[in-house]
Design a protein around this ligand. Structure first.
Ligand code: TMP
Length: 221
C-alpha cells in the first residue's frame, strides 16, 4: 500500500517545481510515483478552473458555493486515489483539503458567523476523510512571504493564481490560515521554508518521504 502526500502553500511557493524534482528522484530510486492535483483534470475540475478561478464567474465570491464545488471534486478524486494506492508507492497531490480552508476563508473578518463558517469548513474536510476512510500520511506546507512568491511568479502571472485580481493582503491571509492549520494538525503538517532553492527544499522532503517508505517496508515485512 502506497503513501499519500499533499503539498500546500500560496501560489508561487514552488510546490509544483519541487514536486517534479521529488517525483523524478524517487522514480530514479525505483519507486512508483503518481503526481496528481486539485482542482482535478475532470470536467468538474475544469469547470472550477474556468468558472470559479479564472472568470470570477458564478459562485466565485460565494464561500459555500466554492466549498461545495471543490469538495465535490475532491470526494470523487479520493476514490480514484484510493484505487491507485494499491499500484503506486507514493501519490503526491498538489493541493488538497487544506487549500479549501486556507483560500475559501481568506480575508473573512472575525465575526461569529465567519467563525462558524471556518469551523464548518474544517468539519466538512474531516467528514469527507472519515466517510471515505481515507487519510493523508503527510502534508508539506511550503511557507513563503507573498512578496517573494509574487516576485517568483513575475512574468508568468496567470488569472488562476489570482495575484492580479485578489485584494492586497489576501495572500497574507491565506498564509496565516495555513500556519493556523499547521498548529492544529501538528502531526500531519510539516512546515517547510520555501525561500531556499527548489533542490534544497526537495532534499528535505525527499528525506522525510524515504523515512516513511522505509517504515512502511519494515511494517509489511
Ligand atoms: P494551482 O493549480 O496553480 O495550484 O491553482 C489552483 C488555485 O485554486 C489556487 O489559487 C488555489 C485555488 N484553490 C482553492 O481556492 N480551493 C481549493 O480547495 C483548491 C484545491 C484550490
Amino acid at each position: 500500500m502506497g503513501i499519500f502526500i499533499t503539498l500546500e502553500g500560496i501560489d508561487g511557493s514552488g510546490k509544483t517545481t519541487v514536486s517534479g524534482i521529488i517525483s523524478a528522484r524517487l522514480e530514479k530510486d525505483g519507486y512508483k510515483v503518481m503526481p496528481v492535483k486539485e482542482p482535478t483534470e475532470t470536467p468538474l475540475g475544469k469547470f472550477i478552473r474556468s468558472e470559479i478561478l479564472c472568470s470570477g464567474g458564478a459562485g466565485a465570491e460565494d464561500v459555500l458555493a466554492s466549498l461545495f464545488l471543490f469538495s465535490a471534486d475532491r470526494t470523487v478524486h479520493i476514490d480514484k486515489i484510493k484505487a491507485e494506492l494499491h499500484r503506486f508507492d507514493v501519490i503526491i497531490c498538489d493541493r488538497f483539503i487544506d487549500s479549501t480552508y486556507a483560500y475559501q476563508t481568506a480575508g473573512l473578518s472575525g465575526t461569529d458567523e465567519n467563525k462558524k463558517l471556518k469551523e464548518f469548513i474544517l468539519g466538512v474536510n474531516e467528514f469527507i476523510l472519515e466517510q471515505k476512510k481515507f487519510s493523508i500520511d503527510r502534508t508539506y506546507l511550503f511557507d513563503l512571504e507573498p512578496e517573494k512568491a509574487l516576485s517568483r511568479l513575475n512574468g508568468r502571472i496567470s488569472k488562476i493564481d489570482g495575484f492580479d485580481s485578489r485584494p492586497p493582503g489576501f495572500f497574507n491571509s491565506v498564509r496565516n490560515n495555513y500556519l493556523r492549520l499547521s498548529e492544529k494538525y501538528r502531526e500531519r503538517i510539516k512546515v517547510i521554508d520555501a525561500s531556499s532553492p527548489p533542490e534544497n527544499t526537495a532534499d528535505k522532503i525527499e528525506a522525510d518521504i524515504l523515512k516513511m517508505l522505509e517504515k512502511r517496508i519494515n511494517f509489511t515485512d
